[in-house]
Design a protein around this ligand. Structure first.
Ligand code: ADP
Ligand code: ZN
Length: 723
């Protein structure tokens, strides 16, 4: 027999299929080790045939097979083809998406343990063998027990003697490192509200492939997802449940564990390599039927999918930032199509791109305008910070927010303070000459971190010594502008010395479950105020939070990105949604320097449809997505000349396309990227706005042709970030 193998090198030069001889029982999808040139390499079997086109002396045998069960399910091969041609990546690169790194490198192995089982209780035991007797009695009672634990208790000699006599048998079983078992707590059964039942009925009866749930924060979307999943499991099917990484909070995990026990596998970046490996195999082997995780969980090895759910579908983390630069929604649609199942998208603030699909009838729209038990959405109070400055208030807090904080603390409730930035302050500026401290690798300004008393680059992590004197002019008037979480905490401590304050940002969150720890402490009410950045915006359900302060609501409006309005609306809605979810009514204080902005007006009234109508008209008039496609070809290299040469070649090829199809182009230009250098790599780009996706495949081909090992060229579609 012969096996067609894709080797695990994601490089276009070896993007072909190799053939090896194999035994008759090798299965398609198996992970194998094969000879390759002078060495050996891992590969995946994508086909088996009885004959080979190659002369027999050229075909080498497979060295070894890794797993009993083929790692790849049949669906992988169909998806591999689609992804590889859609994003112009080698087939091996597409296949890799289906296997966690731990699987590919072969570094993590399954862990086994031995158990002893009772076999024959009638064996004779010498009178003086007290330990053997005790061990036999013990196992007679337990039926089976961990072998090592038995030896530790009764002595290895006694246990081995019993095995030899045939009193005990031993057996190796796979040991599963089961994460988050401590979260397993019982949960009360919920009776679905009429709105939830209607939503489920609408989804089940709809003939449309994609379902969009637009439900305000706290409308009970999670319960709808869990019911949809449970219904499919009951039918013998499987399910994928995607959430943004940040939403995998302890509460969410506890809820899922309580509901689905071992049937749910959690694929989470915070897991250890061994845990990831085990969770992945539990899905592959059919022991677990529900895959829960962030973006990459869309590639979970589940057959017979009954439903795919994407919570917070608008979240930008659903777009991959490394090759292949796929959108999770697109892959989810492919899988839903293959399995003939539904894709359910949910959000309190759907992306403009998804919502228009619903208003134009391609998606089934389900609207949940009310919170569970008709709890009102929190009142949003606008604090005009320009007026505060005029009054002489230079602190981070408006009078309104201070007053509300005072009342919240007095009533024994909790508050969340949200801000858009991290670090104690932003740029370091010399007030004499205007010098700004920048990273030498990345061409971005450095940020001061008071805890370590140093400057840090947020792009590459390089640390620099703090400057007290301007390196340009020698001036001593160095200023740290802006507000950061540290300064906010310091001010809060002064205002409310008795309050317990927790801070959560990229600097305080580290390690495997850094942010779970902080959030759990807040959930246990060990603190009164939680101060944080984007990480605290979504997904959390803290019943005692009745106040949310948004310190710089309009920060994200300053960016010159066509999505900045949409992002601001989403952010305000999501953060506000943390307030008043249970008992008392909630409040939000929104601090801004531009209170008249239309986005804030819609956000204050929770008017999503008003916002959408305004936004979609704007996009239509200015020809921005979804009425066009923004396409950026990035050229990056440590060698600036190489980058410029590749840029020129790409540019000429795209200009040629334009002469052929002038009317497809709304905009075309080449330039330095806004951030000129990251981690020592120069960055240039060809930026275009296209009427449709018609030319995309040609543009991908151009970028692949001009990409090399020392000069990377790649395509981004509607990039979330244009830096
Ligand atoms: P969303 O995901 O829409 O923001 P959640 O699913 O977090 O909303 O639900 C908000 C709150 O309502 C949660 O505390 C949840 O436990 C509760 N809840 C949801 N459905 C029900 C129900 N049918 N009965 C009682 N409480 C519910
Ligand atoms: Zn840097």
């Amino acid at each position: 027999m012969f096996a067609q193998v894709i080797v695990d090198i994601a490089h276009s030069q070896v993007d072909k299929i190799f053939e090896y001889s194999c035994s008759g029982d090798l299965a398609v999808g198996s992970r194998v080790k094969v000879p390759f040139g002078k060495t050996s390499i891992d590969g995946f079997v994508i086909g088996i045939s009885e004959t080979s086109e190659y002369p027999p002396e050229k075909v080498k045998p497979i060295i070894s097979v890794f797993d009993e069960l083929p790692a790849l399910i049949p669906e992988c091969f169909s998806l591999m083809e689609r992804i590889s041609s859609r994003f112009r990546v080698p087939k091996a690169a597409a296949l890799r998406l289906f296997l966690p790194t731990e699987m590919r490198r072969g570094t993590v192995r399954e862990v086994y343990r031995t158990i002893a089982k009772i076999n024959d209780i009638s064996v004779s035991i010498p009178k003086n063998a007290q330990k053997q007797r005790l061990a036999l009695d013990f196992l007679k009672d337990k039926r089976e027990y961990d072998f090592t634990a038995l030896c530790n208790t009764f002595g290895r000699g006694a246990v081995n003697a019993l095995v030899e006599k045939g009193a005990f048998t031993t057996e190796k079983i796979r040991k599963v490192r089961n994460p988050f078992t401590d979260l397993q707590k019982e949960e009360k059964e919920k009776v679905l509200t009429p709105a939830q039942s209607a939503a489920i009925a609408s989804i089940e009866n709809s003939a449309k492939k994609v379902q969009l749930i637009h439900g305000v924060t706290g409308s009970g979307k999670t319960e709808i997802y869990l019911t949809l999943i449970a219904d499919q499991i009951a039918k013998g099917k499987t399910a994928i449940f995607l959430v943004p990484e940040i939403s995998l909070t302890p509460q969410m995990l506890a809820q899922l564990r309580a509901r689905f026990k071992g049937e749910a596998a959690i694929l989470h970046s915070g897991l250890s390599a061994g845990e990831k490996f085990d969770e992945w195999w539990r899905l592959r082997s059919g022991e677990a039927k529900i895959a829960i995780g962030a973006r990459s969980a869309i590639f979970a090895p589940l057959e017979n999918l009954g439903v795919i759910i994407m919570d917070e579908e608008h979240d930008s983390s659903y777009v991959s930032e490394s090759a292949p630069r796929y959108s999770t929604t697109e892959i989810a649609k492919m899988r839903a199509e293959y399995n003939g199942c539904k894709l359910v998208l949910g959000s309190a603030t759907p992306s403009v791109e998804s919502y228009i699909e619903a208003t134009e009838g391609r998606y089934n729209l389900i609207t949940l305008p009310d919170r569970i038990n008709k709890k009102p959405l929190p009142e949003i109070i606008i604090a005009d910070m320009r007026r505060e400055v005029k009054r002489g208030n230079n602190s981070a807090f408006s009078l309104a927010l201070r007053e509300e904080l005072k009342q919240t603390l007095a009533s024994g409730n909790q508050a969340i303070i949200f801000l858009n930035r991290r670090g104690y302050s932003q740029k370091i500026i010399c007030r004499d000459c205007g010098y700004v401290a920048k990273c030498k690798n990345c061409d971005v300004s450095l940020t001061y971190h008071s805890e370590e008393n140093c400057l840090k680059c947020h792009y590459c992590g390089t640390k620099y010594r703090m400057v007290t004197e301007c390196p340009e002019c020698g001036g001593k008037h160095i200023r740290y502008g802006g507000t950061g979480t540290q300064r906010v905490v310091a001010e809060l401590k002064e205002l409310f010395p008795k309050a317990e304050i927790l801070r959560m940002d990229n600097d305080t969150v580290s390690g495997k479950d850094g942010h779970y720890k902080i959030l759990s402490r807040f959930a246990r009410r060990e603190a009164d105020i939680l101060v944080g950045t984007q990480m605290i915006a979504k997904g959390h359900d803290f019943p005692s939070v009745t106040l949310v302060g948004i310190l710089d609501a309009d920060m994200s409006l300053q960016f010159s990105d066509y999505r900045s309005g949409e992002r601001t609306f989403q952010l305000i809605t999501q953060v506000s949604g943390r307030s008043g979810r249970a008992g008392e009514a909630g409040k939000v204080v929104l601090q801004t320097y531009c209170p008249e902005n239309y986005i804030l007006r819609y956000a204050v009234n929770y008017d999503y449809t008003g916002f959408f109508a305004h936004e979609i008209n704007l996009r239509k008039a200015t020809l921005f997505p979804p009425y066009s496609l923004i396409c950026r070809v990035m050229v990056t290299s440590e060698d600036e000349e190489k980058a410029l040469a590749a840029l020129k070649a790409v540019w000429l090829a795209i200009e040629n396309l334009k002469t052929e199809q002038e009317d497809e182009f709304i905009f075309l230009n080449r330039m330095h990227s806004p951030v000129k250098k990251i981690q020592g790599k120069h960055r240039y780009q060809v930026l275009m706005r296209l009427k449709s996706g018609k030319l995309l495949q040609k543009i991908y081909a151009i970028s692949v042709q001009n990409s090399s090992n020392d000069c990377l060229v790649y395509v981004e579609e509607n990039p979330a970030n244009l830096s």
